[in-house]
Design a protein around this ligand. Structure first.
Ligand SMILES: C[S@@+](CC[C@H](N)C(=O)[O-])C[C@H]1O[C@@H](n2cnc3c(N)ncnc32)[C@H](O)[C@@H]1O
Length: 865
């Protein structure tokens, strides 16, 4: 109320003095300017009137106007442009040059009448029309300005207040910069070369102001630094968060150099801070976030202080990112983009996030599992704050591409939160989003993003194009064609080299290892030398195929002959997933817990070890087979009973694991339960050939890539060597070779699948999901290793699977007991184990001990380890 009263008073004073000014300027114009009196007179009157409204008396304005007219050869257009900005600036500069010290103090303690005056220098003014002046003078707008200046001056007043970053030269009044831009377009003598930065500890740091070139491109790219308007309900947090606590922020003027100031929002209400011709809703209060009509003016502003960060960044295409943080450590960020659609309605912000995340995932395919837009925004806030707190960061970089700078600043060691993104030229790039916490003491814990739960009511949605959202969210638009252009060295576009139906990228986000040791990618198994694998049509008799079928076997009510192996039922659903019951059984059979091991009398593995061949079998898991239709069948390639042979269909990626397992495989999209992921492909070796390779040491690499196709070994006594087959993916293999081990709760299970060979000597080993797998989750299977079997010829690795029930830990004795317990209670299988209560489990264990049952060490020795 007091403020309003003051303003009214000021306005009366202005009115009262107007007549005198008018008369004086008639004289001035007649004497000094030599123009046609009527025109000059009117113009002079208008100029003085405008200056008076700004608080400059006639005595101050007159000589400066005179001087300007001289300098510009009586070119009134320059002087009148932008509501006499040039004149106002010149007056201020004149004052500054007379007494900079006083001005500095002025900046801090200037009285209320002076504040709006200074503020006008950086307000985005829609134009010099009389109506604008009137509306400014009418109270409400001035009140807004007053508030604005007051909040802005809180920072200046203390001049380098503790914890404030001041990107403005100390002696410069607020709002210098935007005016500067326009002046620069006219004369270079107004340029300032340096700015001062007060870091959070109050030190003044000095650095170069970005050079502003006057060509159109530079005007788009660069921005000027100065003081800014603070919207009357600025980019808000709660009152407590920011209130009047903005410390001398940075403002970046419109790239086109057209300052304007009072933005019209949708409701037609005047708003200070953004051009009415631009979409502008900055960091306003969530509840008052407004979308202004976009008429094309692009603006950038960036307002920063160490504890109070207010950032408004606009990239091209009228898209903005606004960031604000408060003394309390809260950070809010809002996105602005222009959407050219009628009847625009803001969707729920979470759904916007989701779309962007999905798009990121779809496009980059290499995002960190923890990637979320919200996290990204937090990163941006954090990084902006870090940058603000950090001296010596060139401001122009900050202004032009804040995220780029955030990302650049992530090279030092520390907490690593990484994601991949495309570089700003549209190519994919690996980016480390490490955040340096040191400068933000405690901010991390209290980060808050506007629009998360309290909701942004009005904003733009990324509905029109990728650009709309991706540019403003600092994730640049995607151009698939540009993928290969600037890949990081540790990124391989397609390790399958076109052999698969899909692209399988490889990425190392953790160290400099660019690629796994050399191997040749093959999409299907290949016989090394002696393995007896007969793919002949002749060996498939009519009982082993469905000659009379047509189209899709699954669409017929009577299952075809190919289901003989699986009890007269197809194992696949119409969606191509494994049926629940079949999958459950496969999981259970493959389970380390499961007792269904069988032992060969003459184990092919033991034959070459010199051990007693009747005693050497470590046991083999009995597995269920899938039989798929094949070329001799009457159905087509799209038949629902041909899943594995159609190859990999989900987006997979080889990546370097963070937990020391070396390379691993992950999915880039969500996988449903029972989905076929990939086959384990390698060279088909006889067990003798594998043994020879082992003896020769050619398999003694850091990692082991061999496994035994032993699913049916026990059914035939005296299996010939050329029929006892193994797979070795050390030198030739597919993505399956990168699947790491996980104890018990792996998300893949291997299932033998046959189609071109009716016997079970050779088969394909297919990996299916045991549960729904989230995008970016590592794909793992349980190798079935007994980590306690130190007598095994091949030493097991130190398990780093991270499972809470890892068998290779000191707790594993507990699991041995559990396993024994399950074996003891014959009716329990893995599922029962998973579901039994701890009490029951303990009862089992006690009962087990009581009965003095020895722990049985049986395990599948023939699996890969
Ligand atoms: C089939 S390879 C898997 C791919 C391998 N990580 C790589 O970098 O190429 C199996 C090897 O990976 C490593 N490995 C797999 N699972 C592991 C685990 N849970 N803990 C530690 N190492 C593991 C072991 O060296 C093992 O011999």
């Amino acid at each position: 109320m007091d403020e309003k009263r003051d303003l009214r008073h000021s306005w009366r004073l202005i009115e009262g003095s107007f007549n005198r000014v008018f008369v004086s300027f008639i004289v001035l114009c007649k004497i000094s300017l030599g123009m046609a009196p009527s025109t000059q007179l009117q113009r002079a009157i208008a100029a003085v009137k405008a200056m008076k409204l700004l608080g400059f008396g006639q005595g101050v304005a007159k000589p400066v106007l005179k001087e300007l007219l001289k300098v510009y050869g009586n070119n009134w257009e320059y002087i009148e442009a932008e509501n006499y900005r040039l004149l106002a600036d010149a007056i201020l500069d004149n004052q500054e040059s007379k007494d900079p010290e006083t001005n500095e103090i002025d900046a801090a303690f200037t009285d209320e009448l002076t504040k709006p005056l200074k503020r006008l220098r950086h307000i985005e003014d829609p134009g010099p029309s009389q109506s604008t002046i009137e509306s400014e003078a009418s109270g409400e707008t001035l009140l807004k300005k007053k508030k604005l200046v007051a909040s802005g001056e809180a920072g200046i007043g203390e001049m380098a207040p503790q914890h404030a970053i001041n990107f403005e030269e100390p002696s410069a009044p607020l709002g210098h910069a935007i005016a500067k831009l326009s002046r620069r377009t006219m004369r270079s003598s107004y340029q300032r070369d340096e700015q001062y930065l007060c870091d959070r500890t109050g030190n003044v740091v000095r650095y170069k102001e970005p050079k502003i070139e006057l060509d159109a491109e530079a005007l788009q790219e660069n921005a000027i630094v100065g003081a800014s308007t603070i919207p009357d309900k600025p980019m808000t947090m709660t009152e407590n968060d920011i209130s009047t606590n903005y410390n001398v922020p940075i403002a970046v003027a419109a790239p086109n150099g057209i300052p304007s100031g009072i933005a019209a929002n949708q409701d037609g209400e005047s708003k200070i801070g953004f051009s009415g011709a631009n979409a502008s809703f900055g960091l306003t209060d969530a509840s008052s976030l407004q979308l202004a009509p976009n008429e094309g003016n692009e603006r950038e502003s960036f307002l920063v202080s160490a504890q109070n960060v207010l950032a408004y960044v606009q990239e091209r295409l009228s898209t903005n990112v606004n960031i604000a943080s408060s003394n309390t450590g809260k950070v809010k960020l809002s996105l602005t983009c222009s959407v050219e659609c009628q009847n625009f309605k803001m969707p729920v912000i979470e759904s916007v996030f989701k779309i962007v995340e999905d798009r990121c995932l779809k496009s980059y395919k290499i995002l960190h599992p923890n990637f979320s837009l919200l996290n990204l925004m937090k990163e941006i806030c954090q990084s902006a704050a870090d940058l603000a707190a950090e001296s010596g960061v060139p401001l122009n970089d900050v202004v032009m591409s804040p995220l780029k700078e955030c990302l650049k600043s992530s090279e030092s060691p520390g907490i690593h939160r990484r994601m991949t993104r495309r570089s700003f030229n549209g190519s994919p790039n690996l980016v480390s989003l490490e955040t340096r916490r040191k400068s933000m003491n405690g901010l991390q814990s209290s980060l808050h993003i506007d629009g998360q739960s309290n909701g942004i009511r009005k904003n733009c949605a990324p509905e029109s194009s990728d650009n709309d959202v991706l540019q403003c969210s600092a994730i640049p638009p995607l151009h698939e064609n540009a993928i290969i252009a600037s890949l990081p060295q540790h990124f391989e576009h397609d390790i399958a080299k076109g052999e698969e139906r899909i692209i399988i990228s490889l990425i190392n986000e953790f160290n400099s290892e660019k690629a796994p040791p050399y191997f040749r990618y093959i999409p299907w198994n290949a016989v090394y030398q002696n393995a007896h694998v007969n793919f002949s049509l002749a060996q498939i008799d009519e009982d082993d195929c469905c000659i009379n079928c047509f189209g899709n076997c699954l669409s017929v009510s009577i299952p075809c002959a190919c289901t003989r192996e699986t009890g007269g039922e197809f194992v696949y659903t119409l969606d191509g997933l494994l049926k629940k019951e079949f999958l459950n059984e496969c999981i259970s059979m493959n389970s380390y817990m499961d007792k269904r091991h069988v032992y060969c009398k003459n184990c092919p593995i033991g034959r070459f070890t010199g051990e007693n061949k009747f005693d050497s079998c470590k046991g083999h898991v009995v597995r269920k087979f899938i039989k798929e239709c094949w070329s001799k069948c009457g159905c087509n390639k799209q038949c629902g009973n041909r899943v594995v042979q159609r190859g990999i269909t989900y987006n997979l990626q080889v990546f370097y694991t963070a937990d020391g397992k070396g390379w691993g495989l992950r999915t880039l999209e969500e996988l449903p339960r029972g989905a076929f992921v990939c086959e384990y492909v390698g060279e088909i070796l006889t067990s003798k050939e594998l043994h020879d390779r082992t003896v020769q040491g050619s398999c003694s690499a850091k990692h082991t890539y061999t496994l035994v196709l032993d699913a049916d070994w026990v059914s035939e006594d005296g299996l010939k060597d050329e029929e006892a087959l193994c797979l070795d993916a050390t030198f030739y293999g597919n993505v399956g070779r990168f699947v790491n081990h996980r104890c018990f709760d792996a998300n893949l299970v291997e299932v033998p699948v046959e189609w071109e060979t009716p016997d079970h000597h050779y088969y394909h080993l297919a990996y299916f999901t045991t549960r729904k797998v989230e995008a970016l989750e590592e794909l793992t299977r349980d190798y079935g290793i007994d980590f306690k079997d130190h007598a095994h010829p091949i030493k097991a690795f130190k398990c780093l699977c991270g499972s809470s029930i890892c068998r290779d830990s000191c707790r594993s004795i507990f699991y041995e007991i559990i396993r024994s317990s399950i074996i003891y209670f014959d009716n329990l299988n893995l599922y029962a184990f998973m579901s039994i209560s701890m009490t029951n489990l303990l009862k089992n264990v006690i009962s087990l001990w009581r009965s003095n049952l020895t722990i049985i060490h049986s395990f599948d020795s023939t699996r890969c380890w």
